[in-house]
Design a protein around this ligand. Structure first.
Ligand code: FES
Ligand SMILES: [Fe+2]
Length: 421
């Protein structure tokens, strides 16, 4: 038997053992139904950034298929960020949408007007106007405001919670590892490039592809030239950390521009931008202690995976957001957003555009595999009798993620079966 290198599981990082793990949570329609209630109706869910709603009346909608709802996020007259179910209280029409009811929209308005019979709602959700109000029967307008959703903001990131009463406040839920990023100047990094992809795989399988770098030499050979690899160990992360349901990993290594030219596209070398973003981003000043918690030098990227479905990947001077929205047990919608400090010159703008395009290529390399993983895993479970798979030491975040998902589902099931005293 080969000698085992165990750096992470033995550091008691996960408490989830070293044995094979099951991916039944990614192929079972029944499990998906449980996840919808146990996770997506209980956890805090990231919706967007405060800069997306800069003024009174600025709003956007989010389609949350996994929770069976559409959410309207708006900045009210007092500057408060609020969230509501996007449904008119008259006869249940979708309140805010443009050409296609399932598309997400954004804009700015003074009031929300229903397309159907013209009821109007204030930015605080109150019912402000009813067409031919006197034809209703003792209508108490105060009782027919939009249905609010718990909404809170951390570091400019807007979160909602669909539980009747969230079990924890947003900051309690995020915990010390994530909130140690407080003070990072996300508010200065506001130039956004957004991508959406509909993928034929369970949402967790794509998240798994960004939770370990064991796959990098295999899948992204162009990204990791031999010179960068430890010849004995392949490519490996420099630091892993867990905190409650959340995870993070840091990479280190030589700066990309010190690599031989054959490991990047000519346009990367010409524009000084590409896979890791602009080579020289404007300085952001002091960074908070939560960044690079392992003190890795030279530091590369921090990837914070906030349970259940959003990741913040912090590079030098810019960051990326990934979010995985389940649409069924074997499909999901992936969102990638690159965020840069606003360009102050044409050259900087080109650097951002090049980084976005190169990002898309590498994300496609990961996404391109997903249908294959999903269909083969389904065959494994339902035809081949394969129910468990081995994961190695540096796949600890994959192990932890699936364990946490299982824990949340079990806790939910248990709470449902407990008879109140
Ligand atoms: S359904 Fe909205 S006004 Fe009638
Ligand atoms: Fe990858």
């Amino acid at each position: 038997m080969a000698e085992t290198t165990r750096r992470y599981v033995d550091a008691a990082l996960s408490g989830s053992g070293t044995g094979p793990i099951s991916f039944e949570d990614s192929v079972s329609p029944e499990f998906y139904e449980l996840e919808r209630a146990a996770i997506f109706k209980r956890a805090w869910l990231h919706m967007g950034r405060v800069e997306q709603i800069p003024r009174t009346g600025s709003y956007f909608t989010r389609e949350i298929e996994v929770a069976g709802t559409s959410i309207l996020v708006v900045r009210d007259g007092e500057g408060v960020v609020r969230a509501f179910h996007n449904v008119c209280r008259h006869r249940g029409n979708k309140l805010v949408w443009n050409d296609f009811p399932k598309d997400e929209v954004d804009g700015t308005c003074r009031q929300f007007t229903c397309k159907y019979h013209g009821w109007r709602y204030g930015l605080d959700g109150s019912l402000a106007f009813v067409q031919q109000e006197d034809e209703f029967f003792d209508l108490d307008k105060d009782a027919y405001g939009l249905v609010p959703v718990h909404c809170d903001v951390w570091a400019g990131f807007i979160f909602i919670n669909l539980a009747e009463q969230p079990e924890q406040s947003l900051t309690q839920f995020l915990g010390p590892m994530i909130t140690a990023l407080d003070g990072y100047p996300f508010d200065k990094i506001t130039e956004r490039y957004e991508f959406t992809a509909r993928n034929g795989s369970n949402w967790k399988l794509f998240a798994d592809a960004f939770q370990e770098y064991y796959h990098v030499p295999g899948l992204h050979s162009q990204q990791v030239p031999t010179a960068v690899r430890n010849p004995k160990k392949g490519f490996e992360c420099a630091h892993f950390q867990l905190d409650g349901p959340h995870r993070m990993t840091s990479t280190g290594g030589p700066r990309r521009w010190t690599l031989p030219p054959e490991f990047m596209y000519p346009i990367e070398r010409v524009t000084h931008s590409g896979l890791v973003g602009p080579w020289e981003s404007p300085d952001l000043g002091d960074t908070p202690p939560g960044l690079n918690p392992g003190g890795i030098d030279p530091w590369g990227i921090d990837n914070f995976q906030i349970f259940p479905n959003v990741e913040i990947l912090i590079y030098r001077g810019w960051y990326l957001l990934y979010q995985y929205w389940p649409t069924s047990h074997n499909t999901h919608r992936f969102e990638g957003v690159l965020c840069f400090q606003p360009a102050t010159s044409a050259r900087e703008r080109v650097e951002h555009e090049v980084a976005s395009v190169v990002f898309k290529e590498f994300a496609l390399q990961d996404a391109g595999m997903l249908d294959g993983t999903q269909t083969a895993l389904e065959a494994a479970y339902y035809s081949a009798g394969l129910h468990e798979f081995v994961v190695n030491d540096q796949e600890i975040l994959v192990r932890h993620f699936h364990k946490v998902v299982g824990d949340w589902v079990r806790a939910y099931q248990q709470a449902k079966t407990e008879v109140p005293a």
